[in-house]
Write a protein that binds this ligand. Structure first.
Ligand SMILES: [Mn+2]
Length: 315
């Protein structure tokens, strides 16, 4: 076949190449951002929560930099021949500067609910990992009917005694009544958690899949296990703690360590999870732009949004 006759992958021709309305010559995610309206299927809520981090830093800077980086991510996926076309209803950033996690939790829940109660998918740009607890509550469902998948190097099962932090949202949710049977944790890293946290997670009934198991069994199988584990729930929240990614590929997270998840596995997991119709909320947390003087972490975070949309469009 001559070069000019190469097949364009299925799905790429009529609706997009010929029928596209005026967009830039390099269509990108920033062009999909729209004002909130009732007809847009995907919402974006920025939650610049920095308070209460175990390692204080600049997670509150992440939503702004995520938005600024979207123009560098093209909408076209050469692997599938598909082009992301879903508009994103941008609800803006929640004003929570200076607030404790305890004080911010209700405003965060309400802001996420404002999108999640009217859309099949809401993306939450954190902020630190304390965002995840109000995100679970934002669905407004009894917790027995809600599932949680974490892509995270950590159990997030630190003790609650010192107060809420980015290190204990899973323990806090268990305390709220989220059954461990409704929690699947993927990507747990060696030498990054305590025995007590591990034993408590297993005793609660959480599915625990370590980074080593993902390495040997594959990321797709791990995600299938998580979705199978949550077969009984009605709606699912996916918590993407970006520190699950290997620190060499994601320097901009305080908890990231060498030996973490390969970034292409992270992207594949996000896409596979976003394709599941019961997934209603996906967060991205723990990205601290101040830790990465390059743009590597920003480009990774922006690609996360592309993967969420690519998965969503296959529902
Ligand atoms: Mn975490």
């Amino acid at each position: 076949m001559a070069v000019g006759e190469q097949a364009i992958p299925h799905g790429a021709v009529c609706g997009t190449l010929l029928g596209r309305k005026a967009m830039s010559s390099w269509p990108n995610l920033a062009e999909l951002i729209a004002a909130p309206d009732e007809t847009t299927a995907v919402g974006l809520v920025g939650v610049p929560l920095g308070a209460g981090s175990v390692t204080p830093g600049g997670c509150d800077r992440a939503p702004e930099l995520l938005r600024a980086t979207l123009k560098r991510i093209a909408t076209y996926d050469v692997e599938t021949g598909r082009e992301i076309a879903t508009r994103i209803a941008d609800h803006g950033d929640l004003e929570i500067s200076g607030m404790s996690i305890e004080d911010a939790s209700t405003p965060i829940r309400n802001a996420i609910a404002a999108s999640a109660l009217q859309r099949p998918l809401t993306l939450v740009a954190g902020g630190n990992n304390a965002v995840t607890r109000p995100a679970v509550h934002a669905l407004g469902l009894p917790l027995e009917r809600v599932g949680l998948v974490t892509l995270d190097a950590h159990f997030d099962m630190r003790e609650l005694g010192p107060g809420l932090s980015n290190g204990n949202p899973v323990r806090a949710l268990l305390g709220d009544g989220l059954p461990g049977r409704n929690i699947a944790q993927l990507g747990l890293a060696p030498f990054a958690n305590s025995r007590a946290m591990h034993e408590d997670a297993l005793a609660a009934g959480n599915l625990v899949v370590t980074i080593g198991e993902i390495g040997s069994g594959g990321i797709a199988r791990a995600v299938e296990r998580a979705l199978g584990w949550l077969g009984h729930v009605e709606a699912i929240v996916v918590d993407c703690d970006i520190d699950v990614i290997d620190r060499g590929q994601l320097p901009g997270a305080p908890g990231a360590r060498p030996g973490g998840m390969a970034v292409h596995d992270f992207f594949a997991a996000v896409r596979q999870l976003a394709a599941e119709p019961r997934v209603r909320i996906v967060d991205l947390v723990e990205w601290d732009p101040m830790l990465d003087p390059s743009d590597l972490s920003a480009l990774t975070a922006a690609r996360w949004l592309a993967e969420c949309l690519a998965g969503f469009e296959t529902r």
